[in-house]
Design a protein around this ligand. Structure first.
Ligand code: CDP
Length: 261
């Protein structure tokens, strides 16, 4: 070190390095962790919003739809007879669905140790996932796993039945909606990112069919929980959606200060 340069004490050095973001994160980390449930129709922006909200709050993000998609992939590949409960139960015992956070901080879904993140987003899975999701045995297995994943709180989970069945006690429940055509164009753009070129009519048909199966099934149908806050995302940007959910979450976290140890 040059003789004329004063030495900086380690504590001052550390202070100058603490960014406003870090200060905010430290405050958020000190607040009580809550469960945030984001439900709604397909392609309303649930996953994108949930992922970003989790990142801002330093929460764990769980894409419950990805779990149903992974099960569907397995069932299709193994030709599991969906109408045979014994075959379904046996297949479920052979399946392990897990999430691994990649180097970009994004959670990816693994099926029996294999990364299937890309495969499960394809149309062939979208065309079958809602049928698979009506099966009682499948729902029981997934809901049990989802509850285990969220038991320590500090979690954002998106899906169809998170606020109604998986975490009816969630402190914050959001229900997203958007116009059909806007949803279809968003989904088409997403599929293109995975090199899947699908025409808009096929996507609209798939979304309508899934909405109908998801809303009318006997087991935990898609519906807005009585205490969920509705957000129509048709005319707002992802940033606006995220800001709104973070604002609502912080209000809940402030209302519930962390108890003294
Ligand atoms: O991404 P997108 O909104 O199209 O759907 P997803 O969240 O990946 O979910 C795919 C399908 O899984 C849905 O259409 C539902 O049939 C089923 N699902 C469900 O039944 N319950 C959940 N909690 C999440 C998804």
């Amino acid at each position: 070190m040059p003789a004329n340069k004063p030495a900086i004490s380690p504590s001052i050095k550390n202070q100058t390095r603490t960014s406003p973001c870090l200060v905010r994160l430290k405050i958020v980390n000190r607040m009580r962790k809550i469960i945030i449930a984001i439900d709604g129709y397909s392609a309303c922006g649930k996953s994108t919003t949930a992922l970003e909200v989790a990142r801002v709050l330093n929460y764990r993000y769980i894409d419950s739809g990805a779990m149903y998609r992974a099960v569907t992939l397995y069932f299709l590949d193994k030709h599991v007879a969906l109408t045979n409960p014994r075959e379904v139960s046996r297949a479920l015992q052979e399946i392990k669905v897990s999430f691994v956070v990649n180097s970009k901080g994004i959670s990816e879904v693994f099926l029996n140790g294999i990364n299937v993140e890309k495969e499960i987003r394809r149309m062939r899975i979208s065309e079958n996932v809602s049928q698979v999701s009506t099966i009682r045995e499948v729902r029981l297995a997934m809901v049990e796993q989802q509850r285990r994943m969220g038991k320590d709180c500090g979690v954002v989970m998106d899906g169809r039945d998170i606020g109604t069945v998986v975490f009816p006690q969630a402190e914050l429940k959001i229900f997203l909606t958007a116009d059909m055509l806007v949803r279809a164009f968003r989904r088409q753009k997403e599929l293109l990112l995975h090199d899947d070129l699908v025409d808009i009519d096929t996507i609209v048909e798939n979304l309508q069919q899934r909405d109908s199966i998801d809303s009318n099934r006997a087991e935990s149908p898609l519906r807005k929980a009585d205490d969920a806050i509705g957000i129509d995302t048709t005319h707002i940007t992802i940033d606006e959606q995220v800001d709104e959910v973070v604002r609502l979450a912080l209000a809940k976290m402030i209302l519930q200060p962390k108890p003294k140890a």
